[in-house]
Write a protein that binds this ligand. Structure first.
Ligand code: SF4
Length: 213
């Protein structure tokens, strides 16, 4: 079974509760959305088809138990379910970054789903597949990229309406260049949100100016 892969690379996980952990990233090609802030537009079309066993061999070159399946939108390619299952069988800690616009019903329950619910200012409002609320499990995390005050209020309403704060980890990330980390931190405190502020650690590490070794 082949999957169209944009890139496979080894780095520090910048998001989710696995933040900071050395991880192998498998980025699939193709996305059904076009978010205004997308920083992986190169993944829309570029990539090569690879056999699942070759993808696993590439992952195994790295000495970490963490694998993150990301995109694009990984769930657009059916064989991805099989790859995730095989990785879980090999005892990898697998996370899946998805917009949640496609059903997660058949994702292996050992996988940590990180559902990036699209806010109004993402440009992909209403893309979330609401049935996914039923398929979330104790590993699932919900992420919201906040671009504005309206996005913040919308996310708070969504979480409270669906009881997400009580049941899951909820991550709020500032959209780069639209709201600042400090603004979002203050909003979370002011509004007594139960979300967790998430800064994209990988951007802080790799895009910051070197301050010595
Ligand atoms: S879902 Fe992700 S990859 Fe797709 S357009 Fe939005 S930010 Fe980009």
């Amino acid at each position: 079974m082949m999957i169209k892969i944009n890139e496979i690379f080894y780095s520090i996980q910048g998001e989710s509760t696995y933040v900071g952990v050395p991880t192998v990233f498998v980025r699939t090609t193709g996305c059904n959305l076009r978010c205004t802030y997308c920083d992986t537009t190169y993944s829309y079309y570029e990539g090569d088809f690879k056999e699942i066993e070759d993808i696993i061999k590439e992952i195994q070159k790295h000495r970490t138990p963490y694998v993150c399946i990301t995109g694009g939108e990984p769930l657009l390619q059916k064989p991805i379910y099989n790859l995730m299952k095989q990785l879980c069988d090999l005892e990898y800690k697998v996370s899946l970054e998805t917009s949640g616009s496609k059903s997660i019903q058949f994702v292996d329950p050992r996988v940590k789903n990180i559902l990036d619910v699209k806010t109004p200012d993402s440009g992909a409002r209403n893309s979330f597949h609401m049935e996914n609320l039923k398929f979330a499990n104790s590993l699932t995390e919900f992420k919201f990229v906040i671009c504005s005050e309206e996005d913040f209020d919308w996310s708070e309403n969504f979480c409270r309406q669906h009881d997400l704060f009580q049941k899951y980890t909820v991550l709020y990330s500032p959209s780069h260049g639209k709201v600042s980390e400090r603004w979002l931190a203050q909003k979370i405190l002011e509004k007594n949100s139960v979300s967790r502020l998430q800064l994209q650690l990988h951007k802080i590490i790799w895009e910051s100016t070197a301050r010595g070794v």
